[in-house]
Structure formats: C-alpha cells, structure tokens
Design a protein around this ligand. Structure first.
Ligand SMILES: Nc1ncnc2c1ncn2[C@@H]1O[C@H](COP(=O)(O)OP(=O)(O)OP(=O)(O)O)[C@@H](O)[C@H]1O
Length: 250
C-alpha cells in the first residue's frame, strides 16, 4: 500500500496497516493478528493491552521489525519495512527502533558502558563514548558506567537496558512488560522515566503491559482481543483501563 499524502502530512513514527499474522498452517494455524491497523504519532506514549494471547507481543514485534506479518504492511515514517530484505531490515532496525524487555538481558561480565555499546559493536561500529554517556545520563545512571550489572539493583539494570535501547536515538522505543520483573515502586520509576523520555525528548514509545497502573502513564491505550483492536482510550486513568480490561476478561 502506498503511503498517502494525508499520512505523510500527519506524520507517524510507526504504523501498521491491516496486519495479519498467522503461526503454523492448516488446522494447527493460530491467527495471532487478524487485521490490525495502528499508528504511533511522534512524541506519544501508547500502551498495548488485552487478555493473554490477544496478540500484544505479536503486534509489538511486527511493528518493531522483529517479526514479519503474514499480510499487511508496517511503516517507519515513509519506509515500508515489512517488504525489506532481512539484511536491510536489520540495519534499519538498529538505527530506528529500540527494544526493552521484561528481562534486562545484560552481559554480566562487562561494564554498564560496554553493555550500552554492545549493539553498535556487534554491527561493527566504533563506540561513540559521548552518546553512551548521554544515554546513561538520560536514564539517571551518570557515573555508573564502570559498574557491572551485578552491582546494580533491578531497577538500575532496567535503566541500563533502556540506555542500550536509546543509544542509537531510535524513532520508536518498544517496551514489552518493562516493569514485569520489578517491585511496584521501582516499576513506577521506570514508567516515569519512559514518560519523561516522551515529554522531555519527544521520544515515541509503545509499551505492552498487563498492568492498568502502568497503562495510566500512556497517552493512549489500545485494547486487543483475539487478534483485533477492539477499543481505544485516550489519556486513560488506571481505573478506566482496569474496567475496560475486565470487560474483555483480561
Ligand atoms: N512463535 C509462535 N508460534 C506459534 N504461535 C504463536 C507464536 N507466537 C505467538 N503465538 C500465538 O499467537 C497468539 C498471540 O500471542 P501473543 O504472544 O502475541 O499474545 P499476547 O497478547 O502478547 O499474550 P501474553 O499476554 O500471554 O503475553 C497466541 O495464541 C500465541 O500462542
């Protein structure tokens, strides 16, 4: 599908058009996404919610270029990424997209700074010290660059993972249950950090979560059920999200 003039004028950091994703074939096929169209406006924070198995992670992975839709298209700005060959997609993904997961996935034997540098190094780039220090500063870890992950708290380790995701200055940060392994207070610190990145730096952020309180940090909540977007809430409170979610049985 060609990007229309209206889309270009409105500007989206990332968008999905009529996404379908099926896993397996024949009678064993699972239809994880059944025609999902979403747009992430620049400088906004979107939460993706829904019952277990509703397609949240699949949608997030397709939007982040980590999974390919069976049908439909994914765009980062004016580039249709769902059609790119694997190598080109991997290159573009590294510069345009940052990802954070529930597990921090840090290398324990290397320093905080080396962890943040790692994606660039793996791509054969020379580390940019200023960028690394800037990313650590943004997540409140200035001065910790020589520490090892094991010397940091869980919340601080997740901050390192966020710095690693932000060091390439991506257009979109995707976070999948980023507070799932943290206690409530630490989780709120991480959510406040993501929120600050949107408000202060104009970062675009999309977060999969089961937690209505976490979704309350977002500008908008998309509710998925059975592979479709079935509801959307703007500027949601945790109570509103919890109520809509319970209607979906999530
Ligand atoms: N690699 C895969 N192979 C086969 N089926 C898959 C695969 N990944 C996801 N699915 C199926 O697709 C559907 C959607 O999965 P997905 O992980 O996107 O849901 P979710 O809403 O993120 O769930 P949860 O909240 O439990 O993490 C589920 O039925 C799941 O079992």
């Amino acid at each position: 599908m060609a990007e229309t003039a209206t889309d270009t004028a409105r500007g989206t950091a990332a968008r999905a058009h009529e996404l379908h994703r099926e896993y397996g074939r024949g009678t064993a096929a699972v239809r994880a996404l059944r025609g999902v169209s979403v747009a992430l406006a620049p400088g906004t924070f979107t939460a993706v919610m829904g019952p277990s198995g509703s397609g949240k992670t699949t949608l997030s992975h397709c939007l982040a270029g980590m999974d390919r839709p069976t049908r439909g298209s994914v765009w980062w700005g004016g580039t249709e990424v769902s059609r790119l060959p694997e190598r080109r997609l991997a290159e573009l993904r590294r510069s345009r997209v940052g990802v954070v997961f529930q597990a921090f996935n840090l290398m324990p034997a290397t320093t905080v700074a080396q962890n943040v540098e790692l994606p660039g190094r793996l791509a054969g780039e020379r580390p940019d010290r200023d960028r690394v220090l800037d990313a650590l500063d943004r997540v409140g870890l200035a001065g910790r660059e020589r520490h090892r992950p094991g010397q940091l708290s869980g919340g601080q380790q997740q901050r390192v993972a966020i710095a690693r995701a932000l060091v390439s200055r991506p257009q979109v940060l995707f976070a999948d249950e980023p507070t799932g392994a943290l206690d409530q207070a630490t989780g709120h610190e991480i959510l406040a950090l993501l929120r600050a990145g949107v408000d202060r730096d104009g970062q675009t952020c999309a977060m999969v979560t089961h937690d209505p309180v976490a979704a309350g940090y977002a500008d908008r909540v998309l509710l998925l059920a059975d592979g479709l977007v079935v509801d959307e809430l703007d500027r949601p409170t945790a109570a509103q999200v919890g109520e809509r979610l319970s209607r979906l049985g999530g």
